[in-house]
Design a protein around this ligand. Structure first.
Ligand code: PLP
Length: 400
């Protein structure tokens, strides 16, 4: 078997350097556990940015994936397959939306939402051609395509990649007056993460989303929730927007939709909005393929059958309380919902990276986000006993 050093050297030589991963080379995973090529075991406290909510290599997902791969993998949407219709039905029934459109990566689903909202603006709302505007929040993360980075507030995501796509307005996250001011006759949508993941588990002020939803409705602006990371149980509800009792016009999902098995994403909405797409308007060769749909169907069932949403709510509360009891000289504050917690470190503590490296030493893999935040997001199948084990190690690192 290849060694850690060999793998790192090869990747450095032959791979593009668009990431700065922790120097751990993983080769196996089961549940919340992953194992590196040296045989050392770790608790995965990132869960592939919440794609692995169901745990690594969930046996039910592995089985469905193997069986579907052996039966039929790809038809393209030129023909129909016998998995997509059932995923569509089950997803709509679970979420209460009328219709869905399948894609692969999260960014593709965000692009799909942008196209749908723009076309709805022109064909339903009556916005003048090529004038549609979409409002987004400061600190957003919606993916890495050229159009999506065009409305990122992160300079590094944009620098060197212009010319950028016009038609977006950025408002300060959580500022309702700014939202009101940004809306004009050309505004077609407000695209928002109910809780910002990449920004460091940033929760907007209570009531913001509720008010935003009312303002959108009043102005005939579509509210689009990007639940790619916050959705499917991560925050202790199926969707994070449920904490504010709202119902967005459109929801974007991905990541845990396949439990980490395969890239599967989707946009769910009303027939009025997704109905703007006519045959030939939009598509994807792999979008809605039989493996993706079979795996997604099972991944959704696992979330329900194993009560992962309830688990996330209960254990998340437990973990956050326990963390708050740690007397650490480095921690500024904690924030979180469900099993999704940001440990915000003090400026003078030298950044989150060194704490993540210390956690790695102790057998916990977590990733810093935005210099000063350690994001805690284990697979939702984690047990209370495992959380207690992890807490001891986290405490040791935060108090050292
Ligand atoms: C990860 C993520 C995306 C992009 O998904 P990819 O599959 O990486 O393209 C979009 N929005 C949010 C909120 C995400 O967390």
């Amino acid at each position: 078997m290849a060694t850690t050093q060999e793998c790192i050297a090869l990747e450095n030589q032959f791979g593009a350097h668009n990431y700065k991963p922790l120097d751990v080379v993983l080769t196996k995973g089961a549940g919340i556990w992953v194992e590196d090529v040296e045989g050392k075991k770790y608790m995965d406290f990132l869960a592939a940015y919440s794609a692995v909510n169901q745990g690594h290599c969930h046996p039910r997902l592995v089985k469905v994936m193997q069986e579907q791969a052996a039966r039929l993998a790809l038809t393209s949407r030129a023909f129909r397959n016998d998995q997509l219709p059932f995923l569509a039905k089950e997803l709509c029934e679970l979420t209460g939306y009328e219709t869905m459109l399948p894609m692969n990566s999260g960014a593709e689903a965000v692009e799909t939402a942008i196209k749908a909202v723009r076309k709805w603006g022109y064909t339903v709302k009556g916005v003048e051609a090529d004038n549609a505007e979409i409002i987004v929040c400061d600190g957003n993360f919606h993916g890495r395509t050229t159009t999506i980075i065009s409305f990122s507030s992160e300079d590094q995501y944009k620098e060197g990649f212009g010319p950028l796509t016009p038609g977006f307005r950025i408002i300060p996250c959580g500022n309702i007056d700014a939202l009101k001011k940004a809306i004009n006759k050309n505004t077609v949508g407000f695209l928002v993460e109910p809780i910002q993941g990449e920004s460091g588990v940033v929760i907007p002020p209570e009531g913001f989303l509720k008010e935003a939803a009312e303002i959108c409705k009043l102005n005939n602006v579509l509210l689009v929730a990007d639940e790619i990371q916050s959705g499917l149980g991560r925050t202790g509800t199926l969707f994070a927007f449920e904490h504010e009792n709202i119902r967005p016009d459109m929801v974007i999902i991905g990541k845990a939709l396949s439990g980490g098995m395969y890239p599967v994403s989707a946009v769910i909405s009303s027939k009025e909005v997704l109905g703007v797409f006519n045959p030939g308007d939009h598509g994807s060769t792999y979008g809605g393929n039989p493996i993706a749909c079979a795996v997604a169907r099972e991944a959704l069932k696992v979330i329900i059958d194993e009560k992962l949403i309830e688990r996330s709510a209960e254990l998340g509360k437990y973990l956050l309380n326990k963390l708050r009891n740690i007397d650490s000289p480095h921690v500024d504050f904690y924030r979180g919902k469900g099993l999704w917690i940001g440990i915000v470190l003090k400026k003078e503590s030298g950044g989150a990276r060194r704490f993540c490296e210390a956690l790695q030493e102790k057998g916990i893999l977590a990733k810093e986000t935005h210099e000063n935040v350690i994001r805690i997001a284990p697979p939702l199948v984690i047990t209370k006993a495992e959380i207690d084990t992890a807490l001891e190690k986290i405490e040791a690192v935060l108090t050292q």
